[in-house]
Design a protein around this ligand. Structure first.
Ligand SMILES: [Fe+2]
Length: 183
């Protein structure tokens, strides 16, 4: 079990405002990690449609980080990252996959898209929760900033979903459905 003392700088949460600020800090960390991960994944992607989707979402993620900084501002807080283990976990899963699939670019791209889809789903559920919290606190400016982020995540998730059949088809033609070798 994680002890609070293992997370220096993490204050106790005793009311809804604390909870909200904590969750914004976690989201701020997640977006920063995802930005870095997307920049790396984009370099490994040769697929033009997926690559342009990623490049576009990198720019959006930069804007989302600025929006989160404005959220901190609106709450009278300094932007502060609180380690998001879910984001680190998704990123290290993705990195392991990239290493294992490095020999087949089409399989790699399919995996990159699937990884990105998981990230978007995580972000969507976090932003939906945060928007509810901001609404409860009557923080209209915060609601608007978070809604902008949510909309971009939803659109990206949808675009990835639309890309998937083609990526799957290309991966299938490049490798067949051959069964894996036993070791
Ligand atoms: Fe995203």
């Amino acid at each position: 079990m994680v002890q609070v003392s293992e997370r220096p700088g993490t204050a106790k949460i005793s009311n809804l405002q604390d909870k909200f600020v904590y969750e914004i800090g976690v989201m701020y960390d997640a977006e920063n990690r995802f930005l870095e991960a997307q920049q790396m994944m984009c370099q490994c992607c040769q697929h033009s449609q997926l690559k342009s989707l990623m490049e576009n979402h990198i720019r959006e993620t930069e804007q989302q980080i600025r929006n989160l900084e404005q959220v901190f501002n609106a709450l009278g807080q300094q932007p502060r990252r609180i380690n998001c283990d879910a984001a680190s976990g998704l990123i290290s899963d993705g990195q392991r996959f990239m290493l294992l699939a490095a020999d087949n670019p089409k399989i790699l791209e399919l995996g990159l898209a699937a990884g990105q889809a998981k990230v978007e789903q995580l972000e969507i559920s976090c932003y939906r929760g945060l928007i509810k919290g901001a609404e409860q606190m009557g923080q209209n400016q915060v609601v608007q900033l978070l809604q902008q982020n949510l909309q971009q995540e939803e659109q990206t998730a949808q675009k990835i979903e639309q890309c998937m059949p083609q990526l799957l088809q290309e991966a299938k033609s490049s490798s067949g459905t051959g069964s894996s070798k036993s070791r």
